[in-house]
Write a protein that binds this ligand. Structure first.
Ligand SMILES: C[S@@+](CC[C@H](N)C(=O)[O-])C[C@H]1O[C@@H](n2cnc3c(N)ncnc32)[C@H](O)[C@@H]1O
Length: 203
């Protein structure tokens, strides 16, 4: 799978598709592991990758936390089909185990998308999103339908993104060592902050 560095920005009808470099996703997932949202001791509940693009975030999550249910939701049919192919290819090569990975074609802000696939909105632990202009709509959806402690994790270059409906609990710099710095920010309705397992740099 490409690192994504050279992939173009593409309009998708819902927003834009620009792929996050795999190294950045790995670093972000390591940070989520350090703050206890992924891996051993993580909260119960599934992960939603809201706007999964070509499926690279579910693929990396499967490598770090293979027993966790991960749902990648993508509205664009061509990207959804690409994600299905990518995960099947990685599974076929023995690189990931897709047993707990599910890809859904639909709108991540539509309750019907979750109902159709029997996903209980109140049992979502973490929602992952690369903001493409839809993050405020997603935050309103999380505030209206998810549990107080559901964590919305935004990975973006925007260092100051605030969401009216949710409180920012922590922010961490994420870098692949080459390109510009990314920022992983965690939001929820609760003020209970994720507990770091190792050193973290909230600001
Ligand atoms: C910036 S791209 C990120 C793709 C991928 N998560 C990554 O990091 O490489 C955002 C994706 O979200 C999708 N998207 C935007 N709004 C959506 C919605 N309401 N429901 C489902 N997918 C959506 C877009 O089609 C696009 O593929």
């Amino acid at each position: 799978m490409s690192t994504g560095r050279a992939l173009p920005i593409r309009k998708t009808g819902r927003g834009i598709h620009v792929a996050t470099p795999i190294r950045v996703i790995e670093e972000a997932v390591k940070t989520l592991t350090e703050i206890g949202l992924v891996g051993e001791g993580r909260p119960t509940g599934c992960v939603i990758d809201a706007g999964t693009g070509d499926g690279r975030i579910p693929a990396v999550l499967a490598a770090f936390d293979p027993s966790r249910a991960v749902y990648g939701i993508e509205a664009n049919p061509a990207l959804y089909a690409q994600a299905v192919t990518n995960l099947q290819t990685l599974d076929g090569r023995g690189l990931i185990d897709v047993t707990h990975l599910h890809l859904l074609e639909g709108d991540y802000c539509d309750v019907g998308t979750y109902e159709t696939h029997e996903i209980a909105l109140r049992q979502i632990g973490v929602i992952f999103n690369y903001p493409d202009g839809n993050e405020r709509r997603l935050a309103r959806f999380v505030a209206a339908h998810c549990e107080r402690d559901t964590m919305l994790c935004l990975l973006t270059h925007n260092r100051t993104l605030e969401l009216d409906e949710l409180e920012r609990l922590a922010s961490h710099d994420v870098s692949d060592g080459a390109g510009p710095q990314w920022r992983l920010s965690v939001y929820s309705r609760t003020s209970a902050k994720p507990v770091p397992r190792t050193v973290s740099t909230p600001s």
